[in-house]
Design a protein around this ligand. Structure first.
Ligand code: NAI
Ligand SMILES: O=C(O)C(=O)[C@H](O)COP(=O)(O)O
Length: 378
């Protein structure tokens, strides 16, 4: 009998990659219901499908691959109990999120007319994403304060200075960026981590970025807080996002920080490789012919003289999060809620910095910084 694989239709090149393994059924993540998977053998999802007993109890699925990182949509305990193999592409989109965050950090430096070394960035959660943010921010010269109690408890060395208590970090950092999973249990739950009392202490000139998960920040309290710059990619109760917070947000994007083409491709590819192993089928590579070509080199704007402004211009040529913000901002809140998922599924191809080329500058330190960010210099 031919095998059937149900796949979230936002995975790039899913047909090209998976079709030699069986019949492919592509569906929007939110439309993957129990009926759709009843006669499937494998399921490959992103974050929009709730993978649990309700979905799979009456199906013959024996392999679930998640091509994203967050695990809050998967009932792993139930899958294990049922003997259903589960794989999650941990780390696949870390670079993508780090590029989104670094662009926002560079933008803040430009807006404040400060050099990078004059700003302190607090990173909460130093896993795959957080470490990439730290490495790139360090290469640019930002000061860093890091908080990750689970890693600290394990005795991991802090990648920049000493581990910080969360409240000290919140007090000292100019810009705070969150990179924890959303968890309600364990020694260090992150649900409501940035709660009303903490938000009330934040000052008007501090900046908070949430590109981790809605639910880590108390959104009602965030609306009441003094801070004027709120940069938000992840929201509670997506797509029915908080209208007040949306209207206040300096940057409001529809949960796309991890949506670079390379990240989405890697997530799907890693799940594909696991499924090949699971079914003991050899991998095929013909899908590579369908990958997009290398983008045209980025251009130096010779009217700019100040390094942060030059860098920001290059970053914006590669990817400007304001374009995502504008696409959402142009609508009423009802339309925003309707458009939230559509805009994510129809997301334009966004290439990572590693795919972009830039002509070398005379300034060696600029070249070094650009290389540390991943750009190719010629
Ligand atoms: N906006 C987007 O498109 C994306 C969002 N994400 C979100 O970012 C989260 C992090 O992603 P990764 O870095 O790949 O995960 P990861 O699992 O590699 O790292 C998470 C880190 O957070 C730390 N952590 C856990 N609880 C904490 C707490 N209470 N306080 C401080 N640190 C804590 C962990 O010890 C770990 O080092 C994901 O779980 C997901 O929710 C991930 C990718 C894309
Ligand atoms: O990996 C995660 O976790 C994310 O948040 C993904 O970027 C979400 O991607 P989608 O499933 O929403 O396309």
């Amino acid at each position: 009998m031919t095998r059937r694989i149900v796949i979230d239709d936002a995975l790039p090149l899913a047909t090209e990659m998976f079709s030699h393994l069986g019949d492919i059924i592509l569906l929007p993540g939110r439309a993957i219901y129990a009926q759709a998977v009843a006669d499937a053998d494998a399921l490959v999802v992103r974050s929009r499908t709730q993978v649990n007993e309700a979905l799979l109890a009456n199906s013959r699925v024996k392999f679930v691959g998640s091509s994203v990182v967050g695990l809050d949509h998967v009932d792993q305990a139930w899958l294990a109990q049922q003997g259903i193999h589960f794989y999650s592409a941990q780390g696949c989109n870390a670079n993508s999120v780090s590029e989104y965050i670094i662009t926002l950090l560079v933008e803040q430096a430009c807006l404040r007319q400060q050099d990078f070394h004059q700003l302190t960035v607090g990173v909460v959660g130093v896993g795959h994403v957080g470490q990439k943010v730290v490495a790139k921010a360090q290469a640019l010269g930002f000061n860093l304060l890091l908080n990750d109690p689970p890693r600290q408890d394990q005795g991991d060395a802090c990648p920049a200075g000493d581990w910080q208590a969360l409240d000290d970090l919140l007090h000292q950092a100019d810009i705070i960026t969150l990179h924890t999973p959303l968890t309600g249990e364990g020694a260090h739950p992150s649900a409501n981590l940035i709660h009303a009392k903490r938000l009330a202490k934040l000052r008007a000139d501090q900046v908070l970025i949430n590109a981790a998960r809605g639910g880590i920040v108390d959104e009602q309290a965030w609306c009441q807080s003094a801070m004027t710059t709120k940069l938000i990619d992840c929201w509670q109760d997506e797509p029915n996002i908080n209208a007040n917070l949306f209207n206040q947000a300096t940057m409001a994007t529809p949960h796309i920080a991890g949506h670079s083409y390379e990240a989405k491709l890697a997530g799907g590819l890693w799940a594909y490789q696991q499924l090949c192993q699971f079914w003991q089928e050899p991998e095929q590579h013909h899908w590579q012919q369908s990958c997009p070509s290398t983008p045209a080199p980025l251009q130096f704007n010779s009217e700019l003289t100040h390094w942060p402004a030059i860098l920001l211009d290059l970053l914006h040529q590669a990817y400007n999060p304001h374009h995502d913000h504008q696409r959402l901002r142009a609508k009423t809140i009802e339309q925003v809620r309707q458009q939230f998922e559509t805009q994510r599924r129809d997301y334009p191809i966004r290439r990572e910095w590693t795919q972009h080329r830039i002509a070398k500058f005379a300034q060696k330190e600029w070249n070094q910084a650009l290389q540390s960010l991943g750009f190719q210099l010629y």
